[in-house]
Design a binder for this molecule. Sequence first.
Ligand code: IPM
Ligand code: MG
Length: 361
Amino acid sequence: MNPTIVLLGGDGIGPEVVAEAVKVLTAVGARFGHGFRYEPRLIGGASIDDDGMPLADETLAVCKESHAVILGAVGGPKWDGLPGALRPEKGLLALRKGLGLWANLRPVTVHPLLTDRSPLKAERLENVDLLFVRELTGGVYFGEKRRDETARGARAFDALTYEEYEIERVVRLAFRLAGQRKNKVTSVDKANVLETSRLWREVADRVAREHAAVTLEHQLVDSCAMRLLTHASSFDVVVTENMFGDILTDEGAALVGSLGMMPSASLGDSSVGVYEPIHGSAPDIAGKGIANPLGTVLSVAMMLRHSLALHDEALAVEAAVDAAVREGVLTADLARTHARSTSEVGSYVARRILESGAAYS
Ligand code: IPM
Ligand code: MG
């Protein structure tokens, strides 16, 4: 296979972690006989600095023609003063919308050797293995935005809308994924207040009737936020709307102990997906070579599985990351003693893949 992979390093630590993902992917290619072709492009602040726009039309076009996109992160203090439509984050939102990526998968698993890095007690982390399915192209993120003046001063307006089909497709995906896991879906909403949530609940109930083997429960977002900290192991697949998903998945990352370990996959109707760590651009540590590349590397594993159907290759990447954790080859956010650099961790994972011998063939 010779797939074309677009590389959107973006801002802050984005380019550093994407460089390690490429190192790892190239090792996968050498080990399994694939010639990955890379198309580096700009997004976010880096793209604004280049041509004034957070996502160039040409970049979106190249992504549409590719097999998959690896993205680092967007944003940083340099661009914070820009108007909403020209901010770096707009590039990421336009990419999600432009590629029709309506589902965002964010798995939360806690490595048994890393439970002491979480602010939560170890016993609350036992058996935590949940998958967030976040709706990604609807809701308040994409609703009409407006400002006007009233007699008392400025008024701001963000519309929150959902159409039935937008809810149905993401809930359906959640049920399908739960069927491959522990057969449980928790649908999260604010149905005691929001009309969009009441529609969400109706649609989820309807989809549930077609999936007898999977149990559906509804939970309000506020109590879900609490349950994540007290009984996270009671979740299997959690499906929710765009903004609730944004907030809850950062909370989920706290369970893992480091945002740096969390991968994600953004998927839609076509096989082209965007794979990115959830940690963001971390401008405070950019350029220091200390960022954790494992969230991006694990996103590469998700890319191999979801966009390229290369399952053994995905397992090889995950096994090599597991080896890095077991051997303590970790960056400062997780290391117990001798912290390694971003590039040392990436090189270690790549070498483990190259050395993995015949185990996966
Ligand atoms: C995320 C990020 C983005 C989001 C930002 C950068 C627009 O927080 O992927 O979770 O809110 O979706
Ligand atoms: Mg977020």
